[in-house]
Design a protein around this ligand. Sequence first.
Ligand code: SF4
Length: 170
Amino acid sequence: MLRLAKKIFSTGIQTEILPMPQHEIEHLGRALQVEIANKFSRALAIRMVDAGSCNACELEIHAVNNPYYNLERYGIHFVASPRHADLLLVTGPVTKNMQEALLRTYDATPDPKLVVAVGDCAKCGGVFQGSYAIVGPVNEVIPVNVVVSGCPPTPVAIMQGIFAALQCVS
Ligand code: SF4
């Protein structure tokens, strides 16, 4: 708990720290738009799954739709059901009580599906490593295409992760 509190106070507001100039973010967004137009008939549907995170990764995912990034303008939208999704964005280590839900969500997502594991917890357990309550990182429960590192990752890193996942589609 103390470890987590220390982390919260030492991490700045990721959303407002632009890791690259605005025009480069725009360039990345346009590249995403082209990939989506070519491979997903102009719209990519994302279902977000919190498998046991502290919620900071979710805040950065929400931030991709704020006025700084505005991901929707590139043809990306978030959906409420995995049955309507092309890609799952999964955060957190997988907790024991979310394992079944994550498996069911994966199974309910139509093929071909992509999975992006977002954050250090999703990658390796992060600050929750060794906890009695977790099963492990996301790839121990479902197949993962791309991992986005960071605690939490910035919105730009999340955009880059989505772009990398699109490269897995031929
Ligand atoms: S990676 Fe960091 S921000 Fe994301 S869920 Fe884990 S502790 Fe929270």
